[in-house]
Write a protein that binds this ligand. Sequence first.
Ligand code: HEC
Length: 185
Amino acid sequence: MRLALLLAALPSLTLAQPTTDDSHLAQQAAQLIPAFQQQLLATVKQAVEQGGPAQAVQACQTLAPRIAAEHSQQGWQVARTALRVRNPANRPDAWELQTLLDFQQRAAAGEDLSQMTASTTLDGEFRFMKAIPTGEPCLACHGSEIKAELATLIDQRYPDDQARGFQAGELRGAFSLRRTVENTP
Ligand code: HEC
């Protein structure tokens, strides 16, 4: 339903083409992602090792936003989004939604998800997104055969969870980065 509403709003949105001097911003954004991604993965892994998957769900809930905040630096805001989200706070805005749909189409046309990016300048902000493919280790919490105990826990913490039923190799979501840019005429 929500998706349909957002889709209906899309025709009013024009995708600005990145200008040449935006390329260094795209590069900067791309360079911020690996450390953010590494810390998220390491945190989940450590939590699984210490207390099992239940602990890891809790770690994701409390630590993911904190890790995102920590990696938001030098004017950049770092976040994750998806077409189907677990945390409603991660819902895509109009440009993110359009870009995620575009990523899906590009993947269907054979492009490698792990290298897929997009950028634009919109409302005085430079925006950058990088696709996140679903990996095997993600299926424990985002797949279609989530262990009962874990599923119950996810249901409790995320009553509106849409982020399950994924298969390895599918688009899971995207990193989404933004920063305010000077308006040069
Ligand atoms: C231990 C369970 C667990 C594992 C394993 C896990 N996730 Fe998640 N994931 C979560 C939880 C819980 C959230 C919600 C975090 C929050 O509240 O911000 C989440 C959120 C996300 C989001 C943000 C969008 C949304 O749905 O809210 C993305 C993207 C994501 N996960 C991708 C992955 C990928 C890719 C992997 C594998 C590398 C993975 N996850 C592995 C539990 C897990």
